[in-house]
Design a protein around this ligand. Structure first.
Ligand code: NAD
Length: 457
């Protein structure tokens, strides 16, 4: 039986444990099992499912410390951020449980003396759910929470980088839900590929745009519904009227949280030319205050990247920029005294749009900075990407904010904060960011099919 090793990126990649890779027969058997459980799960009704899922949520909370420690060890997320990831995930899960009944109500579209027409929201059946590694708990919640509430059964694959987090999720969820409702498979992309080629009724995928394209191709040939939450390269525009001291913390967190490995992280900073020196000085001083080190240490602000392959990619992206005469303000290399997948938080200026750090998604602690002189130039630079997930606009002028927000090719935009991330809003993107929708009514709609029933009186 093939095994997949889980390693610790805060060390010299020492092996933490290993997990058996699912065979094609295992994957098929899990899908069959999910089909056999779907009728009873649906018939339990939304209230019955929510009751059980509240117990799942409580059980996760009992295991908070255990989960956060594992995230730190396996994925390299600093333990203080891992604890936040956990609370963040639980808040979202509870929001689905608190609002699910209301969102799944049928809608009467016509009623008169002779007829009543009603639109019902029904589960699809079996959902194949595949996630990346960057928020090992929240990734699961965002993708599986609403699926379970609406009555879909699930075959789930966590990332090969976070198999042990996947094991813990399986242990907790299956200690409460009926057998067959939640099923998990383990392995790399080829196991994911086997899963989406099975007899499933819906595919929910969170990950890179490159994999999203493959999934779209596979699902298109069977006309399967698919929810794609993909990569991003969010712009942050700083206008000349911004209170830099006020927003510097937001900019710093939006770029550097989780060591820069967030889909909607602020990945390209576009600053009015009159304020760029101030912005650089402020961000540099924030970086200097932070501690890089072992993710399991509660004093650590910057852990390692998830794996050696991410470090290599980041080094190549920065080397390309350096070869094209970028100026490194701070960072730009691996810290000398640390073994593991570490990279120093980095600010780059003199960035040009032909550089990989501008054109590609940069999944690490590197911030390319460009300047602008007019609002139109800022908008053009912000939209100069194949992605369209989040966007951040920093300005004291509300009218300008609204005008620019409407011109950005982005699914989510906020002013001076990251406030678009809220349980009441969809998480969604334009262009190569996928266009899937998670959370609130938008997310429930994405994982249900609708049926019109027109009856006579
Ligand atoms: P990835 O696409 O390499 O892998 C994601 C998942 O897909 C993994 O579980 C992987 O095993 C699986 N997979 C790989 N090839 C597959 C295939 N052919 N068929 C089916 N499954 C396959 O992405 P990654 O490097 O793990 O994650 C980082 C990416 O995820 C970044 O682009 C990031 O922006 C994106 N992301 C997006 C969101 C969002 O909500 N939009 C959230 C988190 C991360």
């Amino acid at each position: 039986m093939a095994k997949l090793q889980s390693t610790n990126p805060s060390s010299d990649y020492s092996v933490i444990d290993e997990v058996e890779t699912s065979t094609p027969e295992d994957v098929k058997a899990k899908v069959v099992k999910a089909h056999s459980a779907k009728k009873a799960w649906r018939e339990l009704g939304v209230r019955g499912r929510i009751e059980l899922l509240r117990k799942v949520s409580a059980k996760f909370t009992e295991n908070k410390e255990r989960f956060a420690k594992l995230e730190a060890e396996e994925m390299g997320m600093p333990i203080k951020e891992a604890l936040e990831d956990f609370d963040f995930g639980v808040d979202y899960l509870n929001s689905y449980l608190d609002t699910g009944e209301e969102h799944l109500k049928s809608v009467v579209t016509l009623e008169n003396d002779s007829e009543r027409h009603e639109v019902f929201k029904e589960p699809y059946g079996v959902a194949a759910c595949i996630v990346p590694w960057n928020f090992p708990f929240a990734n699961w919640v965002w993708q599986c929470g609403q699926n379970l509430v609406v009555g879909n059964t699930i075959v789930f694959k966590h990332s090969e980088e976070t198999q042990l987090c996947g094991k813990l999720i399986e242990e907790i969820v299956n200690s409460i839900l009926p057998e067959g409702v939640f099923n998990e498979v383990y392995g790399n992309g080829s196991v994911g590929e086997q899963l989406v080629n099975q007899d499933v009724n819906l595919v929910c995928f969170t990950g890179s745009s490159a994999t999203g394209i493959k999934i779209k191709q596979v699902t298109a040939s069977r006309l399967l519904p698919v929810c794609l939450e993909l990569g991003g390269s969010a712009p942050g525009i700083i206008f000349e009227d911004t209170d830099i001291d006020e927003v510097a913390g937001t900019i710093f967190t939006a770029r550097f949280m989780a060591c820069g490995q967030m889909c909607d992280a602020l990945k390209r900073l576009i600053v009015h030319e009159s304020r760029v020196d101030e912005v650089i000085a402020k961000l540099t001083s924030l970086i200097k205050e932070k501690k890089i080190g072992d993710a399991s240490d509660d004093q650590t602000d910057f852990g390692p990247l998830v794996a050696g392959r991410q470090l290599k990619l980041l080094e190549e992206q920065v080397a390309d920029a350096v070869s094209k005469n970028v100026k490194v303000i701070i960072g730009g290399k691996k810290p000398e005294n640390l073994e593991g997948a570490y990279y120093e938080p980095t600010l780059l200026i003199n960035v040009t749009t032909d550089m990989r750090v501008w054109q590609e998604e940069v999944f690490g602690p590197v911030l390319p900075i460009v300047t602008f002189s007019s609002e139109q130039e800022a908008v053009e630079k912000a939209n100069d990407t194949k992605y369209g997930l989040g966007a951040y606009i920093f300005t004291a002028d509300n009218e300008r904010f609204m005008r620019v927000a409407h011109q950005l090719e982005s699914g989510m935009v906020s002013q001076n904060t990251s406030s678009y991330i809220n349980t009441c809003n969809p998480f969604t993107g334009y262009k190569m960011s996928g266009g899937g929708r998670e959370h609130a009514q938008f997310g429930f709609d994405e994982v249900t099919q609708i049926k019109v029933i027109a009856r006579q009186k």
